[in-house]
Design a protein around this ligand. Sequence first.
Ligand code: FAD
Length: 390
Amino acid sequence: MRTRVGIIGAGPAGLLLAQLLDRSGIESVLIERQSAEHVAGRIRAGILESTTVDVLRAAGVGDRLAHTAIEHRGIYLQWPGTRHQVDFADLIGRSVWVYGQTEVTADLMAARAAAGQRIHYKVTDVGVHEVDSDRPHITFRDEHGVARRIDADVIVGCDGFHGPSRQAIPASVRRTWERTYPFAWLGVLAEVAPSTDELIYAWHEDGFALHSMRSPAVSRFYLQVRPEEDIAEWSDDRIWAALAERLHIDGWTLRTGTITEKSVLPMRSHVTAPMRHGRLFLAGDAAHIVPPTGAKGLNLAVADVAVLAEALTAWLGAGDERAAAAYSATALRRVWRATHFSWWMTTMLHRHGDDFDGELQLAQLRRIAQSTHAATELAENYTGTSIETA
Ligand SMILES: Cc1cc2nc3c(=O)[nH]c(=O)nc-3n(C[C@H](O)[C@H](O)[C@H](O)COP(=O)(O)OP(=O)(O)OC[C@H]3O[C@@H](n4cnc5c(N)ncnc54)[C@H](O)[C@@H]3O)c2cc1C
């Protein structure tokens, strides 16, 4: 096969890149390890920055979002005895949107199917070759086990944290930074109407808790647990009791319902640089991971792709390589900003260290409640800093 852009990974980053390139007249081929059903069913992120919503609208996949996403004007920060609203709309005139990653993926898959996108699902043995040359190519086995090859002008690794693309950057030029946190999240999906109008981020002696939501009838919850936590020890009753305890505030009641999914998520920060080597580019989780406390993972993937699509359009469409040459540096500036914000939210809200650390966390939370400047800093980062494209 021959194409302009060979994309490895048909998660949100890969699908959105194919969508944006197509709108600029640049064709691509996607390969994906999983089946289409598996990709469509993965429950992950749920909060879209206003900048992400702008990108999705500009990509032509904003219609359903406009009708069904739930706009949130802020979040609640909570610690014992206090639930404080940080009102982004009042502070900076921006908001965020509750719209599940499954919905974003469904919209992108539908748009790509309508456009006749070539996507190979259930591929194996993916290899990335000769990215230092003018003849980069991808090899893989298709779902029938047949060996295939894609020759492309450029290859983009959108294959998430465990994909092979990152490793195709030689170790001699690749640098990584990593922080593994001494706690994890127990994530819970429940068929129950949210007990709150905005997300609640709660600091508690027993550990962090988050009340989030997916729709008017489905709630999402997270509890801080140990990284090695055995999920079998968390019965539904124990989960509801822990949530009620950690989210408790006088005069408020937690609604309970049927738990439909629970899983333990590790917490890690990871950045790989450069995000371009020769004719190989990385975007999304292939290059960086953030702990989910700041709701940044999916949003960062969208921002990378917005920058990359513009750079590849200029290069492959008009022969101007400048933005492609600057891609890694441009994307990494935003990646590090979001990495800092995610680390800051995570370390402020999770119980770790000793009582001294606990008092520092509470001092920081009170500061946000008391200072418009401190609250504005949180609001600007949470709703998303602007996407620089050069
Ligand atoms: C369990 C979980 C929960 C999360 N919760 C949140 C959250 O609450 N909030 C938040 O903001 N973010 C969350 N995230 C992060 C967010 O989902 C990611 O940042 C986002 O999916 C990144 O999109 P992506 O396309 O870069 O990567 P991915 O979504 O990981 O997509 C990568 C794709 O590449 C495919 N692939 C991998 N290897 C190969 C290969 N060899 N060949 C071909 N294809 C390959 C994968 O199957 C996948 O479809 C969560 C992530 C996980 C794993």
